[in-house]
Design a protein around this ligand. Structure first.
Ligand SMILES: [Zn+2]
Ligand SMILES: [Zn+2]
Length: 907
């Protein structure tokens, strides 16, 4: 539909040329009516269309987007005047109008199906005016209806208006339903809750869903300290669970809640509990991204607090560099802490700000703060010591942390309090080394330069680091004190209102009227991520919405991933005449003013003209910019969904070897993250990887088998055109087809006449690996190990596992001597051959069973289960709740069997 903007311009220009109507440039906005009557020439008459727009939900007051085309489908420019909440008058100039001339009127509104109607204009009696009238009865989309209906059902049960607070946690947004993303469900929740739920209040939390996740909704109301929840499963309007969330005993938890709420049971319960305890909304969103609130994620937040306090941010590289971030992290995945700083400091793997595989304890991280002027850095190594924290908890409260669900929630509450008042007590700063040279940085991360890999990254290799014999200055800390703001929520909302009004004035000064609810206006903001004087700025988004109707669920108010300490800005990007006009207002926290500039702070405005798919846009926001490196990410993600759809009890994991911006796209859209223990980045040189960019793993918790695929990628080539437009057109075609080699898909690809080479994605390896092999892969040299695994079927692996169960260590012996084969299926688009016959790589079995570090054996399923049901089992030695831990393990296994790790939708 954005195309219409372009067409509109051309039509406008043509109309101007034809009619000499120069002043018609401000058509399609309100208030410019007076201009047109002056410009009629003898042939042109000015028809009037009265357009009445009603909505399926009568309480929806939306300013619709209206477009008009003539009988040749050429766009017609017009002036629009609002007469009532539903009635709009369009007048325009059009040559050669006679009685019965037909026009097409197209109406679009968020949450509704676009509608086109033909209307004829006629003269009535002696009236010289040609007039047409048309009524639109806008029908809601299925997803919008679902959002509205479920919200109404929840309100009916929970009585939002009389509750102290309302919360909604959902998988909607990125999950697909009937082939589309489900942001309309979110729009339905927001409109249906009549202001009780909004982005500004931070009470709409969305999990990091994948396409195949069921669309579930959990509404929670707080009355005093009591929480009541209504949970709606997979779009069903009858609640699957309706009852307490604040008085959950072990029986209710095990017999009802975990079985009913499924994979995210602990997520819903722990998020609701943390929300009740007042955890700030940015941290709630971070926890939702991670999947739940836990020791690891709160400890990760404590690490951030310490980092900002003792080692405040510097600037990496040139400040103009796209991937520049103030810190980088080298880490060992797992144990949840990684998700905290990746989210809150914007240290995404695609920006090469985070590198890690299993090289050290998974509760440790090294932060590098770099000074580009001196070319020297500081390496700060922290860890959260679970044992120590559990002991402190016991000492201060007399309680044990993991004594069942109630005990774990009580522990979380204590942790939230510690995070806010004494983060130092949760985290140890083990080492601080100064004078980190570029050579050391290169060795740890693969390259100071985010664009250039100079060696294979060692990651958090403590042997290497300690072997450097640097002086540990961890005890020489100087604390930075930050001022704490005291703005009220209303004052924060006012910042958004002021910014929106200032934007209206700035555009008006150029003769452009900004309309409310306009699809053509996109507001980019760092709100949602940044804090101003330690205060969360979410409420500014409600201020923007109030004035301009821009909202994330409409993809018109886009929070851009940012580090917490970055400035608050609002960027207003308007699509007009086939171009994007951007104006940015940056908030000055010292005096509350705005610094205005023409142009953008966030270059994602470069893609909005091409109307990218909602999920691709969300992934770009996560990356914080658009770029050539990230563009292939959506194609590869789509290929994975098409070729390896998850079955029930299956989970993805990924090891990337060739790391680039596109990694942020896969991790975001495939629900992968280091903190969940299902994403590893081994940043290697292209000499080491060739075009084998990543290893995809699909773990089946029912059979305990793991399929391993090495993905080989070669990008498309376009002869000309805008690169983003080219890629987005390609996304839209590929996204429609599960089989890219089907004649229909191939036929449609031919419409991309400027693409002289299609992308080629092939499988260098497609086999089944033992857990020993997998553990070896996630500990380094993943590609080499993967390529050494014999070609196996699932049945081969099951036989192998049952044959070697008791003899630890020789499970790969059967593979010795087998030649690696690439015979298993090329998926080359356009039938390109599988060009990577790497049969030369034949590592003997002995080299693939390298022992790994303490945390190995944590399969994604186990890692999650550990967190969810028996968190703390690792530290169970000598604690009196060993029995519970054992029961927990059994419960986890049982739940695993009944789809506890359900990820698959209906396969
Ligand atoms: Zn966790
Ligand atoms: Zn990038």
């Amino acid at each position: 539909m954005r195309k219409q903007g372009v067409i509109l311009v051309i039509a406008t220009l043509m109309a101007m040329i034809l009619c000499g109507a120069v002043s018609a440039t401000d058509s399609s906005t309100t208030g410019g009516e007076g201009n047109l009557s002056d410009v009629n020439n003898s042939e042109a008459v000015d028809p009037i269309l009265w357009v009445n727009v009603g909505y399926e939900y009568a309480d929806d007051k939306i300013n619709p987007e209206i477009a008009v085309t003539d009988s040749n489908n050429d766009s017609v420019a017009f002036n629009k005047t609002k007469y009532s909440d539903t009635l709009y008058k369009l007048n325009f100039t059009y040559a050669g109008v006679t009685n019965g001339t037909l026009f097409n009127v197209i109406v679009r509104a968020p949450g509704y199906i676009a509608q086109t109607q033909q209307v004829a204009v006629n003269q009535a009696g002696t009236d010289p005016e040609f007039i047409g009238t048309v009524d639109f009865d806008m029908q809601a989309t299925e997803n919008y209806k679902l959002g509205r209906q479920i919200t109404a059902a929840a309100d009916n049960l929970l009585h939002f208006a009389s509750a102290d607070d309302v919360l909604c946690i959902t998988t909607a947004g990125l999950a697909y339903r009937n082939g589309t993303t489900t942001e309309d469900c979110l729009e339905g929740i927001l409109n249906g809750s009549h202001g009780e739920i909004s982005y500004g209040q931070g009470n709409l939390l969305t999990f990091q869903s994948i396409r195949t996740d069921p669309v579930d909704f959990c509404f929670v109301v707080r009355n005093g300290s009591s929480l009541t929840a209504a949970f709606f499963k997979n779009g069903t309007l009858t609640p699957a669970y309706f009852g307490t969330f604040s008085a959950i005993d072990q029986t209710l938890w095990e017999n009802t809640i975990t079985t009913t709420l499924g994979e995210h049971a602990f997520g819903y319960v722990s998020l609701a509990d943390a929300w009740k305890e007042g955890l700030s909304t940015d941290l709630l969103r971070q926890a939702a991204y991670h999947g739940h609130v836990c020791l690891g994620t709160l400890s990760g937040q404590a690490m951030i607090s310490l980092l900002l306090k003792y080692y405040p941010p510097g600037v990496y590289g040139n400040s103009g560099e796209l991937e520049a971030t103030s810190y980088r992290a080298v880490s060992s995945p797992g144990n949840s802490d990684d998700d905290a700083y990746i989210y809150s400091l914007d240290l995404t793997t695609g920006k090469r700000s985070w590198v890690g595989y299993n090289t050290a304890e998974d509760n440790m991280v090294g932060f590098i703060r770099w000074c580009d002027t001196t070319k020297r850095g500081t390496l700060i190594i922290m860890r959260f010591n679970e044992e120590a924290v559990l002991q402190l908890y016991k000492q201060q409260t007399g309680n044990n942390a993991y004594t069942g669900i109630a005990g774990e929630l009580a522990f979380n509450t204590w942790l939230i309090n510690k995070l806010e008042n004494d983060p130092d007590s949760l985290v140890e700063i083990l080492y601080v080394f100064e004078n980190i040279t570029p050579a050391i940085h290169n060795n740890l991360t693969g390259g100071v330069d985010s664009k250039k890999v100079v060696c294979n990254a060692l990651g958090l290799d403590m042997d290497y680091i300690l072997g450097l014999n640097l002086t540990n200055v961890a005890n020489q800390r100087v604390a930075t004190n930050y001022t704490t703001g005291n703005l009220t929520l209303d004052q924060i909302k006012q910042i958004g209102i002021d910014a929106a009004n200032m934007a209206i004035a700035l555009f008006a000064a150029e003769g452009i009227d900004l309309e409310k609810d306009d699809y053509e206006l996109t507001v980019f903001t760092s709100a949602g991520y940044v804090r101003v004087n330690e205060q969360v700025m979410d409420m500014t988004m409600d201020g923007i919405y109030q004035v301009l109707g821009s909202r994330l669920s409409r993809a018109t108010l886009l929070p851009v991933h940012n580090a917490r300490y970055n400035p608050l800005y609002f960027q207003f990007s308007l699509e007009k005449d086939g171009k994007v006009i951007s104006k940015t207002l940056t908030y000055n926290s010292t005096d509350g003013s705005f610094i205005a500039k023409n142009g953008s702070s966030c270059i994602i405005d470069q893609v909005i003209l091409y109307d990218p798919p909602y999920d691709s846009l969300m992934a770009w926001l996560w990356h914080n910019h658009v770029c050539g490196g990230s563009s292939p990410g959506y194609i590869i993600t789509d290929w994975i969904y098409d070729n390896f759809p998850l079955g029930a009890d299956e989970q993805y994991a990924m090891i990337t070897a060739s790391v680039s911006c596109r990694d942020d796209i896969y991790t975001y859209l495939l629900g992968l993250s280091p903190g969940q223990g299902n994403y590893y980045s081994e940043r290697m040189t292209s000499d080491s990887t060739g075009n084998d960019i990543l290893i995809l793993s699909i773990y089946d918790s029912t059979t305990n088998t793991r399929r391993v695929i090495v993905v080989n990628y070669q990008g498309p080539h376009f002869t000309d055109g805008d690169p983003y437009e080219n890629y987005i057109k390609l996304y839209k075609i590929l996204q429609k087809y599960d089989d890219w080699n089907s004649p229909e898909c191939q036929e449609e690809l031919k419409t991309l006449t400027n693409m002289d080479r299609a992308p080629s994605i092939t499988k260098t390896v497609d086999t089944y690996s033992t857990e020993e092999e997998w553990n070896s892969m996630i500990s380094g040299n993943a590609l080499e190990v993967a390529k050494s695994i014999p070609d196996r079927t699932k049945e081969d692996l099951i036989r192998l596992m049952s044959g070697s169960q008791t003899s630890n260590g020789d499970s790969t012996s059967q593979g010795t001597g087998s030649l690696f084969s690439t015979a298993n299926g090329s998926n080359g688009l356009f039938g390109l051959s599988n060009g990577s016959n790497t049969s030369g790589v034949n590592v003997s079995a002995a080299t693939v069973t390298n022992s790994t570090t303490s945390s190995v054996g944590a399969q994604p399923g186990e890692a999650k289960a550990y967190e969810v049901t028996q968190a703390g089992a690792q530290g169970s030695e000598g604690t009196p709740w060993g029995l519970y831990a054992v029961v927990g393990v059994i419960a986890v296994l049982a739940l695993g069997g009944v789809g506890f790790f359900y990820k698959g939708g209906k396969f």
